[in-house]
Design a protein around this ligand. Structure first.
Ligand SMILES: [Zn+2]
Length: 94
């Protein structure tokens, strides 16, 4: 019996932010390191393999390279899956 594990794949979208929106808050929460950062002229958006928008990445994380970002992205998704499983287990016990 073969067990296939499908790893989450990460897609990166780069969007140029509107320079007209300088009146709005330019601070965003980085999905990878959970730190607030100031958005520059372009924002890097992380998507999963189904194209769902997961969040943005800060310049510090981008500087660490795509492989680090992909690894961090997979760990975050793995932790989310674990927490969901724990919640479902607790519901079964109750
Ligand atoms: Zn970051």
């Amino acid at each position: 019996m073969n067990i296939q594990v499908k790893l989450e794949t990460m897609q990166i979208q780069i969007e140029h932010t509107n320079s007209n929106s300088s009146c709005c808050e330019n601070y965003q929460l980085c999905y990878l390191c959970q730190q607030h950062f100031e958005r520059k002229e372009a924002s890097v958006i992380l998507c999963d393999d189904q194209g769902n928008n997961c969040g943005e990445a800060c310049t510090h994380c981008i500087a660490k390279g795509y492989s680090w970002m992909h690894n961090q992205f997979q760990q975050l998704n793995y932790q989310i899956n674990l927490s969901v499983n724990r919640e479902s287990n607790e519901l079964i016990k109750v």
